[in-house]
Design a protein around this ligand. Sequence first.
Ligand code: KG4
Ligand code: ZN
Length: 340
Amino acid sequence: MGGPILAIETSCDETAAAVVDGRRILSNVIASQAELHSPYGGVVPEVAARHHLGTVNGVIDAALDGAGLELGDVDAIAVTQRPGLIGALLIGVATAKAIAYAAGKPLVMVDHLHGHIAASWLEPVALDPPFVSLIASGGHTRLDLVTDLRAPQPLGQTIDDAAGEAIDKGARLLGLGYPGGPALERLAATGSRTAHEFPVGLRGGAVRDFSFAGVKTALLYAVRARGDGPLPEGERADLAASYQEAVVRPLADRLIAAAREQGVPAVALGGGVAANGRLRELVAEGAERAGLRVAVPDRSLCTDNAAMIGAAAQFTDAVPWPDFLGLDAVASAPPGGIAA
Ligand code: KG4
Ligand code: ZN
């Protein structure tokens, strides 16, 4: 495509807009709603949608300003079409359609997961295929083989909870706030990873799928077994460390195993859980043993953002003006998991 792209992302609880030009990020603006949802212990879809509506135009203006561009300077508009909270997606898609229509530009409808995968293609990581990608976030956990960024090939995914969801639920059981990932990691740092042996879902050598429902239940029973009353800090830390290990170890092990099996030279991490230090450590160790390059984009590109949507847009067919007016947001993921 060539030339700058204005990208918009509103699939969950971040209102985000970015301008990217090829692999270069000219601006990347993210307005997080996390604090808004924190009292509820999770994202409230209706609240998210309403907040996007109030925020999206200002975020887009800030992205254009940050890039030093006017709307007329961009070649295309890109927006997350699916999957996500339907009300939240609709705000982004309706906004992007209106802007693209008014500016006479083509519109690129991007799959959110395709965005997470394409994030490591951006500078400075600038990873080129072939690689195996692990995306682990609050909503998704999946492995894809990427030989062509236009068409990631699904290798496996969670059959129940997402890894981030399991982390958040575990954090809640241990009395930590939402989102629980960073708090759980801090608590885990002072505990023992081997104090408790929590079950690993779908244990087995060649497995590429994930399951986190069992480990979550095991933590619940372990906390209940302690009876009423507050847990001593040391015990909480041991539970956090052992639980974190049970969630992130299969992620690292299966990512490395898949890369070896597929014969690719590199692995990439994405999604909010990629911020986890223990996951990064395990992936780095496994990759070193297997002689693989590890690509981990900056945290701001691992969690939800619009720069990654602008990256994936460059590997997605644009819909010409004004044909996109009939297109809409879609809550679900397509069969196989990615519409790319
Ligand atoms: O990609 P993301 O920002 O949002 C989506 O879910 O799409 O991912 C958020 C998830 C949450 O479940 C959060 O608890 C988890 O990423 N997370 C972490 C850490 N930081 C964020 N999990 C483990 N360790 C962390 N340091
Ligand atoms: Zn995401």
